[in-house]
Design a protein around this ligand. Structure first.
Ligand code: NAG
Ligand code: NAG
Ligand code: NAG
Ligand code: NAG
Ligand code: NAG
Ligand code: NAG
Ligand code: NAG
Ligand code: NAG
Ligand code: NAG
Ligand code: NAG
Ligand code: NAG
Length: 431
């Protein structure tokens, strides 16, 4: 239905333009806001061959200077902009020093030619918006992982916590790996990579969290998988508490914890998103439980203006509960895109808009006024506030999908595992 009206819309639209791209569903993709565009790339697509998992290399965008409705948004493909490698569950950030540059770090990579998982020697890529080119960035000693969420400060320092290192892909339903609890930084001007030496108050090894950098230099980490032993196997994974949050002070290089108030009923989760809104609320959306089960609170606000941060839950209806989606803040909107519907277990190709001032879901996007060149603050526009990302996603999705496929397959062999996943209600019951 939506697709049909989209096609009609595109046909109409094609009359005065030659661009209209029907974006495929995906999860674990990247989304960034650059030059008034929501740019999307990478991610895990619903492929019929579960072993060929990361089948996405195109880049497309939504023009944020135009009004649109969530039923008929117009994606536009960037020709020649394809990624050099398939990737998902990585982190990507727009440089604060050059608003033409996007860094793509870590994640799980697959060789485009062979479709096999690989150790891509290029751990970090740089995308140049003007020249539409991806180039590997040579960074010595870089250690990159999957299920990470980075932040970048005004000096061009990228901070990355922990993450997941899958070392054995040989059996897709029993991926094995390690979780980490270190902080690695990349100075984008010098391209020097450093692992910070911190010994106090170390948090648990963690992945699939979200990260938001506050103006006071503190990074707030929410949710994710934890493993005290660091072993990344189903039995060893727990979910991070929503009541005790991990904070990292980038100015002092210190970890701390905060027991936040409210939110007693907010289920812990992975593969959610969080964005920092201008009013001082971190907006948490979506996610899923450890064994793919639905979680109770779709959307929650963490008020970071208080000394002790406080959760509250706005009344919410509209969008389905999603995981593996992305969320970006632009103007008054949190724009949620793609992901997987937790209850239906179907992939989503729609976008949803949350009005961050009124705390309600809306369906029409009205572009904010374009600031005058003269009062545009520096290069980093205030409109592109907070590139909050929810991509704390990872091999464990594949791991889960694999487990489900494996279970189903034992009882009923199938040539199309993904079809089985979609119909399987046992997924939600398996906890
Ligand atoms: C799926 O991909 C694997 C690995 O490339 C390959 O061996 C297998 O034949 C593929 N299966 C199908 C049904 O295409
Ligand atoms: C992908 O695989 C092909 C064929 O094995 C190989 O030539 C190519 O170098 C690989 N790409 C990367 C980025 O490693
Ligand atoms: C990006 O591309 C433009 C146009 O080719 C070029 O002028 C600029 O130097 C490039 N930026 C970087 C950081 O390579
Ligand atoms: C992943 O684990 C392997 C084996 O333990 C190790 O050699 C490699 O350095 C690790 N990579 C990262 C990114 O931590
Ligand atoms: C990788 O996993 C497979 C299947 O679980 C196992 O047979 C194999 O020994 C593992 N390889 C290594 C190097 O641990
Ligand atoms: C980052 O690198 C640049 C260029 O080498 C240097 O001037 C700057 O001081 C570095 N920033 C930090 C915070 O280390
Ligand atoms: C973690 O995995 C290593 C092998 O990678 C194993 O030797 C160790 O016993 C495991 N620890 C726990 C707590 O399972
Ligand atoms: C970690 O998982 C392994 C099996 O994968 C299990 O033997 C071990 O007891 C687990 N360790 C913890 C701390 O849960
Ligand atoms: C935070 O909560 C934990 C667990 O409930 C408790 O052990 C700890 O003492 C609390 N910390 C503070 C500073 O209140
Ligand atoms: C994957 O695609 C099949 C059809 O190609 C569909 O039936 C199934 O629901 C999809 N699965 C998900 C998780 O979206
Ligand atoms: C630019 O700013 C001036 C004064 O600040 C205002 O009068 C004018 O309408 C603005 N133009 C646009 C296009 O916003």
């Amino acid at each position: 239905m939506v697709l049909f009206s989209l096609i009609i819309f595109c046909i109409t639209f094609l009359i005065d333009s030659n661009s209209c791209y029907i974006a495929e569903t995906r999860l674990g993709h990247n989304s960034v806001i650059i030059h008034e565009r929501l740019l999307v790339f990478g991610g895990w697509k619903n492929s019929s061959n579960i072993t060929k998992t990361y089948t996405s290399s195109e880049i497309f965008y939504l023009d944020l200077t135009k009004q649109f409705d969530t039923e008929n948004e117009q994606w536009e493909l960037i020709l020649e902009g394809n990624l050099p490698v398939y990737e998902c569950f990585s982190t990507s950030l727009v440089s604060k020093l050059d608003d033409d540059i996007i860094y793509l770090i870590g994640g799980f990579r697959t060789n485009i030619t062979t479709g096999e998982p690989e150790d891509d020697p290029n751990l970090i890529y740089m995308y140049n918006y003007s020249s539409i080119t991806w180039t590997p960035v040579k960074v010595n000693n870089a250690i990159t992982r999957g299920e990470i969420s980075g932040v970048i400060d005004d000096k061009g320092i990228i901070y990355i916590y922990g993450g997941n290192n899958i070392t054995n892909y040989s059996n897709f339903y029993e991926y094995q790996g390690k979780l980490y609890n270190d902080i690695q930084i990349l100075n984008v001007s010098s391209t020097i990579w450093t692992k910070l030496n911190i010994f106090q108050n170390l948090p648990s090894p963690c992945s699939a969290y979200t990260a938001n950098l506050l103006t006071n230099g503190i990074i707030v980490y929410i949710g994710g998988f934890e493993s005290d032993s660091g072993n990344y196997t189903m039995a060893n994974l727990t979910l991070s508490s929503m009541k005790i949050l991990k904070l990292f002070d980038t100015k002092k290089s210190e970890w701390s914890q905060m027991n936040v108030t409210g939110g007693d009923t907010i289920d812990p989760r992975v593969y959610h998103s969080s964005v920092l809104a201008p009013d001082g609320n971190i907006i948490l959306f979506g996610g899923v439980g450890k064994y793919y089960q639905p979680i109770n609170t779709k959307i929650a606000l963490l008020n970071i203006n208080k000394d002790i941060y406080e959760w509250s839950i706005p009344s919410s209806s509209s969008p389905p509960l999603l995981f593996g989606h992305s969320a970006n803040l632009y103007g008054n909107y949190m724009i949620v895109a793609f992901g997987c519907d937790v209850n239906a277990l179907t992939m989503n190709s729609q976008i949803y808009l949350f009005d961050v001032n009124q705390h309600i879901w809306v369906t029409t996007y009205t572009p904010p006024p374009i600031p005058n060149a003269s009062n545009k603050p520096n290069k980093s526009s205030s409109l592109a506030l907070g590139l909050g990302l929810g991509l704390g996603i990872g091999g464990s999705v594949l791991f889960f999908l694999g487990i489900i496929f494996y279970k189903k397959n034992k009882t009923k062999p199938s040539t199309n595992p993904i079809l089985e996943i979609a119909g399987s209600r046992s997924i939600s019951d398996s906890s």
